[in-house]
Design a protein around this ligand. Sequence first.
Ligand SMILES: Nc1ncnc2c1ncn2[C@@H]1O[C@H](COP(=O)(O)OP(=O)(O)OP(=O)(O)O)[C@@H](O)[C@H]1O
Ligand SMILES: N[C@@H](CCO)C(=O)O
Length: 309
Amino acid sequence: MIKIYAPASIGNINVGFDVLGMAISPVDGSLLGDFVTVKSANSFSLKIKGKFANELPLELNKNIVWNCWKNFCNFIQRNIDIEIILEKNIPISSGLGSSACSTVATLLAINIFLKNPLNYQELLIMMGKIEGEIAGSIHYDNVAPCLFGGLQIILNQEKNITQKIPIFKNWIWIIAYPGYKLSTAKSRSILPKKYYKETCIKHSRLLSGFIHACHTKQCDLAIKLMQDIIAEPYRIKLLPKFFNMRESLKIIGALSSGISGSGPSVFAICDKQEIAIKIADWLKKNYLQNNKGFVHICKVDDLGARKLG
Ligand SMILES: Nc1ncnc2c1ncn2[C@@H]1O[C@H](COP(=O)(O)OP(=O)(O)OP(=O)(O)O)[C@@H](O)[C@H]1O
Ligand SMILES: N[C@@H](CCO)C(=O)O
């Protein structure tokens, strides 16, 4: 039996649309991600449980886990008879890399169960393809950090799809899921097809400057450059409480804030535990819309997907 945990992640981190993503885990030691267990069996079966299991499609062959199993069978050209149990803990269409959690946990669990027929490169390519089928275009900014941990930059080069970027260890990441869905495909469909040259140049400056600031440990510079001029200006109309949130959290002491992935979750950064608690309280009172919503004070998860037990 193999049990894998795959952590939630924040895609884009404001400044790196589709090219930056970071795995997170709560500072209280709890786990925020999906679990997948693989057991030997005489035929394929899929069982689903967990807090957000009832949000998944009823037909099992519409579950990403089924799609992962099918892709794996096709790759190794044989049927894999296993029982898979998915514990769905990350809400769907939340902006926290929910589909990536299921995809990464499933493919890694099957691979380890079969004694690693695929290498990490092959696994990651399969994960990206499966994510792409859901969102409408391939983006690795959830699957890469979910698999490898840390802050990842997606390079998409042959044999070099992603690399780890050093991130400030003293940063505390507060995430808030408001409790309603926003599909990645929808959040992507409202973005322009083309951008002005000036926007492209500014975006290059912000992203390259941010990566430079991370490597040279210039915290203030990194915060200043952490701006989203690609997606946020268009997506805020889908998040009516966003501006109020940003302004209020700045007054409390947040260094930065933004949309987590394609939303509706948001994140804020600070460097003091007492401010993190105040930010979390504000988000609980003002950003959550129903009792499905949650707030967590998190740190970077450096381990990524891992075997439990
Ligand atoms: N195991 C699964 N986990 C998550 N989504 C699943 C799963 N199986 C099927 N789905 C479907 O895949 C789609 C995922 O949509 P979408 O890309 O918006 O979500 P997401 O990955 O949760 O988003 P985000 O990355 O913003 O958290 C939904 O239609 C959902 O019903
Ligand atoms: N980079 C993707 C992340 C999706 O979670 C987007 O913003 O559409």
